[in-house]
Design a protein around this ligand. Sequence first.
Ligand SMILES: Nc1ncnc2c1ncn2[C@@H]1O[C@H](COP(=O)(O)OP(=O)(O)OP(=O)(O)O)[C@@H](O)[C@H]1O
Length: 263
Amino acid sequence: MISDRLPAASAGSITFRQVGVEVPTTSPGQEQRPGSQPGTVRILEGLDLELTEARVCVIGANGSGKSTLIRLLNGLVSGSTGQVSVHGLDPAVQTAEVRAQTGFVFTNPLVQLVMPTAGEDVELSLRRTHARRAQRRSAAADLLTEFGLGGLADRSVYDLSGGQRQRLALATVLATDPVLLVADEPTTLLDLAWTLDVQQLLLSRPGIGRCRQLVYTTHDLEFAALADRCLVMDRGRVVHDAAGPDAVRWYRELVHSRRTGQD
Ligand SMILES: Nc1ncnc2c1ncn2[C@@H]1O[C@H](COP(=O)(O)OP(=O)(O)OP(=O)(O)O)[C@@H](O)[C@H]1O
């Protein structure tokens, strides 16, 4: 198993050392932040963190850098400066190893649903843990039922509702039994009942199977408040770092003070 090869000292630890991300400027009017090289825009800077908590949340305004930060965790984005370590591995260099143990749930489920039908998508994810096709089919049916998708195994992913697709995307990622689960706004398309169910399911995940850590972004501040640790992002920086309830309170005050012109 991949987790057996992880260095014990760094198990369950994510570190960012002076990480910054710069991307080429795409339009003449794009905001040039102080310190950016000409022709580039800095979208993350000065990340210096050690994340050992089981449930870590990232909150902040649209465009503050949340998705970019979590994309560093599976090599979808690489730092222009500094170093990222995910459970002892460098995602920019050991990308395949990191992805083999990291489940990434995208905000847009269609980005990750690749098979023609819902059932086939879950079965594809079950290949690592279930060698035989019949086993995969049976496990996929169970998983679909758990996510309220029983009876939809033969349905095209394009003929599912937004919420059904989001639940399917989550089921396919959990089927891989990841060591690290990273989720980018995993409940945005869900109704209230499913939002609560999925929150509970995600938050209980560390400790189940191989999963050691959950890192998620959200605009749902009740969900954020449930995290062991919550980072508040603003303009590419972590501006507050605390337990969930404290971070949420701080963020509400920041937004309120900006709206009333006190900041
Ligand atoms: N490849 C890229 N090229 C240029 N700009 C980018 C690129 N990727 C992200 N950005 C910019 O970086 C900033 C941070 O984007 P990011 O998606 O991380 O924000 P976010 O906090 O997740 O926002 P949201 O809450 O809207 O999802 C935004 O201004 C975005 O336009």
